[in-house]
Design a protein around this ligand. Structure first.
Ligand code: TXA
Ligand code: MG
Length: 353
């Protein structure tokens, strides 16, 4: 049985969740990005339970969450100056630093690598929980492996009910996409996963930052970095992503929807506000994400909307891609991976079929 612990502002809720962590249990808890599935990062048995609850391959390492940067020195072999500057600028907050791992920390955290991923979350409940537990908390996103990340306690229960000890319910998360993961072990810091802290923000603090996303289609190939499988964040329905000039894309989406509906294939949509009219006045299973000028709103709604449309039982979901800077990079990354290769790219000269 999975207990729902409502964070009602009392010390009791946090104390109960912390007790479960300290005794080797699993507690999902809110961070500012998404809900994490937490366990004592120093307890290899508890860590192994995270992987089995999520059905996550042990080759995909975990992020360790800290209440303050003070303990950094105990968990790492070395903190390069670049990492110090990034931590100073963005912690507490949605940035994860990959650093050389102290030998005292369990190898399972890093799937045998000699590194460790660390972040100090900004969410007050997350920080209170880590302080009360008295140990660093390892936490991947609290979804089943390859499903969309959870932004509410309800999403966590949908995926993990009966598989974990408790969920600390602190309401919906604010950012909605995960932290940016940056590898600080090389000569130039390298973004492994675009996220809530943008490349522009990182470059303002440390100058050069590498980013070269490369995803591979199946787990039998060597991964360029952990967590780079192309199929990720996937709904049950097939997500189709459309890229190109807005008018062309909307016309093609409408056309494909009509063709599929005629063939008996049910279709839902993730729609940017302002685009609704393109799909006509008839109700259809769609979720409005937010406007093209407001990537924060889109990020905040993205995973919940994906789960909601998917929950309507449609066969396919269509979405318009917005390539751009800032937070759009993280949003696009999640959509491309949820689409698992089903990306239709249109150019101004190629007329839609
Ligand atoms: O916002 C977030 O980061 C959320 C909240 C709960 O903190 N956590 C999260 O964890 O998204 P997870 O496990 O779903 O994603 C962690 C990513 C994975 O892509 C993993 O491969 C990468 O971080 N990662 C973890 N440890 C690493 C390491 N030592 N080296 C390289 N990548 C690592
Ligand atoms: Mg995840």
């Amino acid at each position: 049985m999975t207990r729902l612990i409502v964070a009602d502002g009392s010390e009791r809720a946090i104390a109960e969740a912390a007790r479960i962590i300290r005794t080797g249990g699993l507690v999902a808890f809110p961070t500012e990005t998404v809900y994490g599935l937490g366990a004592d990062a120093t307890n290899p048995v508890a860590l192994a339970r995270i992987f089995s609850a999520k059905e996550r391959p042990t080759t995909d390492p975990l992020i360790v969450h800290l209440a303050t940067p003070d303990v950094l020195i105990e968990l790492t072999r070395e903190v390069p100056p670049v990492a110090r500057r990034l931590a100073g600028a963005f912690w507490p907050g949605p940035l994860t630093l990959v650093l050389p791992r102290a030998r005292s920390m369990p190898t399972l955290l890093a799937s045998g690598r000699n590194t460790i991923a660390l972040r100090v979350p900004a969410h007050p409940l997350a920080r209170s929980l880590i302080v009360a537990a008295g140990v660093p908390i390892a936490a991947p996103s609290a979804n089943r492996f390859s499903r969309p990340s959870p932004t509410t306690a309800g999403h966590v229960l949908d995926d993990l009910s009966g598989r974990i000890d408790a969920v600390l319910d602190g309401g919906p998360t604010s950012v909605g996409v995960e932290s940016t993961v940056i590898d600080c072990t090389g000569s130039v810091p390298r973004v492994l996963r675009p996220g809530a802290i943008t490349l522009e923000q990182l470059r303002r603090v440390v100058g050069t930052v590498e980013f070269a996303p490369r995803y591979v289609a199946d787990a039998t190939q060597a991964l360029p970095a952990p967590g780079t499988l192309s199929r990720h964040y996937a709904p049950r329905a097939e997500l189709w992503l459309y890229r190109g000039p807005r008018d062309l894309v909307l016309a093609r989406m409408r056309h494909d929807r009509a063709t599929w509906l005629a063939a008996g294939i049910t279709v839902g949509g993730l729609v940017l506000s302002g685009d609704e009219a393109a799909f006509g006045a008839e109700p259809w299973p769609c979720e409005v994400l937010g406007g093209q000028r407001d990537p924060s709103a889109v990020a905040n709604r993205l995973f919940a909307a994906l789960r909601a449309v998917d929950g309507r039982g449609v066969d396919r979901i269509i979405a318009r891609s917005v390539t751009g800077q800032g937070l759009w990079l993280a949003i696009e990354d999640r959509l491309v991976r949820a689409a698992d290769g089903r990306v239709v790219t249109l150019t101004a000269t190629a007329q839609p079929a």
